[in-house]
Design a protein around this ligand. Sequence first.
Ligand SMILES: [Zn+2]
Length: 298
Amino acid sequence: MVDMPARRATAFAVAILVVAACETVPLTGRHQFLLFPEGQEVQMGVTAYRDVLKKGRVSADPALNDQVTRVGHRIAQATGRNDYHWEFKVLDDKQVNAFCLPGGKVAVYTGILPLTRDDAGLAAVLGHEVSHAIARHSGERLSQQLGLQLGLVGAQLALSGRDPRMAQLGTTALGALATGAILLPFSRAQESEADHLGLIYMAKAGYDPTAARDLWVRMSQSSKGQKPPEFLSTHPSDENRIKQIETWLPEARQYYQPTTPADPTTPGAYWYFCPSANDYYPTVQTCPEAWVKVPPRS
Ligand SMILES: [Zn+2]
């Protein structure tokens, strides 16, 4: 006779596997195994984002906010994910750090800005971070963790017979997992993929991808002889990484079209103004607020 908790655990595992899907990462074409629909990751991203913003100090500096939203929206547009509710915040914090949570929730710490230096350097950081979200790396980590836990819980249940305490274990393990997993560090393979995709997105957004190589060189120089910045502890930087970026540069440059600053006074063309990005765009793509259509000048 099969005991009930074990049967329930098996049913749960089967249910999860039934909804699991094999997805493909954009541009790299890598196949990945995901246990959750993207909407669930996005929901966790929103919750984690609100939490970080509540605990941190959101910068009110208009110049910094302007730069981060302007560059951020260009990168967001380049990804083609118009369905994400993109949000860009600057956190007044000396940590050398930045992140993008599932669903396009981005934060840049003021501590990283001396290293990014200009729009192109910032585009390199944002391109990399946004790529983690686009390639659903958090969902992948979460799926791996859950797969391990399911195996473990299933085994414990099978061994435990009818012990009702064990029946609780599944739920508890899953709960703990869901809160922590969204912020888990990425694997080296995921870091490489984010570097690769990031170069392409920044190039598509109109920034010279060479700036990414220069940024990582500055990053590794800044960490010499002292404690590496937080960004480096989660983003391992070494000669291999810089070499790898150099091998991808020719590919990324094919997407690179240097853009002149948007000119809403171009005769005969409609432009769209996004208030939060404080910038004009030739087409409507991503803007968390309503676009303002600017009529063509005759
Ligand atoms: Zn990364």
